[in-house]
Design a binder for this molecule. Structure first.
Ligand SMILES: [Zn+2]
Length: 347
């Protein structure tokens, strides 16, 4: 008995039902469920293929051909439907997420450089124009570089001038000043002449006040060569101070003492709050100290690798925080590093 008419009718229904159900599919999950039901291994059309061997031999080609047509029709309908659904999803997303270009934009708060960074860059620029290069040296130093080689031996009372942070490693300290960089620069460049500035953070174990913090930026100035005199020191530092504080500013050098310079001096500018008359800022003296300086001590030159009979040089050290304070009339140095945006925004 022929099974062909019954099989053809069955396959027509399979195709019809598959296409009808596909039209109802609304999303990707529905598509996948439909694919499993109508084209999967146990779907009706696939069942026809697997039972083909049970059909009468002469009818097998006709049944197989019709089953193949149904399978291809379902596959191409599936491809079309998924394309349509994809496009619908995309246009819906575009509709829902459309940008409203009429809304006002969100402004970004403009950042700026920290006051200290700007002061330092100004110092680099002024010294750079006089031929000084920036030289970096480590924040963590040995006792020998921080003190010993700078003519401050262990028993020397001058060590009391610097309250020191010691590390857990004996003989290793946080540098109390940028001066150890002098030795490092000299040892690197000797016997060539040197003109460098050494900027960096310094650390002192002392009470925090409006004028002193436990960490602060210092800039060291170092010049070594033949025939360098106190006149060069005075000329260079005066030029720097005039350009930093104004050409009309009055300056004075006052004798002082540092173990690593001889002779030593401190440079003051006339108080620009009171114009030299005396006020609380200048402690009624009319002058504000801006830096310490001096001719490099022969022992230090020697420790750096220079013969003091042939070479001479000068050095100076200044706190850049103090420079910024003086320029902007800031009365509390602690503000520089507490990161209060209301304070920092003013500069
Ligand atoms: Zn004053």
């Amino acid at each position: 008995m022929s099974e062909l008419p019954a099989m053809n009718e069955q396959l027509d229904r399979v195709e019809e039902r598959g296409l009808a159900e596909l039209r109802e599919v609304k999303d990707e999950a529905g598509l996948q469920a439909w694919k499993a039901a109508h084209l999967g291994r146990s779907s009706p059309v696939m069942q026809v293929f697997s039972k083909l061997s049970q059909a009468p031999k002469e009818e097998r080609p006709a049944i197989g051909q019709r089953a193949n047509q149904v399978k291809l029709a379902l596959e191409s309908a599936f491809t079309m439907r998924s394309q349509i659904l994809k496009e619908e999803a995309l246009s819906q997303a575009l509709q829902a997420e459309r940008l409203d270009v009429t809304l006002p934009g969100r402004t970004l708060a403009p950042g700026r450089l920290h006051l200290e960074t700007r002061t330092l860059r100004e110092v680099y620029r002024l010294f750079g124009e006089m031929g000084f290069q920036v030289y970096r040296s480590p924040d963590v130093e040995t006792d020998e570089f921080n003190f010993g080689l700078l003519n401050i031996p262990e028993y020397h009372p001058a060590r009391d001038m610097w309250d020191t942070f010691h590390t857990t490693t004996p003989g290793v300290v946080l540098r109390t000043h940028t001066s150890p960089g002098q030795i490092r620069a000299m040892r690197e460049f000797a016997p060539d002449p040197i003109r460098v500035i050494l900027p960096g953070m310094c650390y002192r174990y002392e009470q925090v006040t409006v004028r002193a913090d436990i960490q602060f930026y210092q800039v060291e100035v170092l010049a070594v060569g033949r025939h360098i005199t106190f006149g060069d020191l005075k000329g260079t530092l005066t030029q720097f101070a005039r350009r930093m504080y104004g050409v009309d500013v009055r300056l004075r050098l006052r004798p002082s003492y540092f173990p690593f310079t001889e002779p030593s001096a401190e440079m003051d500018v006339e108080c620009f709050i009171c114009g030299g008359k005396g006020c609380p800022v200048c402690k009624q003296s009319g002058w504000l100290e801006i830096l310490g300086c001096g001719m490099i001590h022969p022992t230090v030159l020697q420790n750096g690798g220079y013969d003091p009979r042939e070479f001479s040089g000068f050095a100076a050290g200044m706190g850049s925080g103090r420079i910024g304070m003086l320029r902007h009339r800031i009365n509390d140095i602690r503000n520089l590093w507490t990161n209060d945006i209301r304070f920092l925004e003013q500069f």
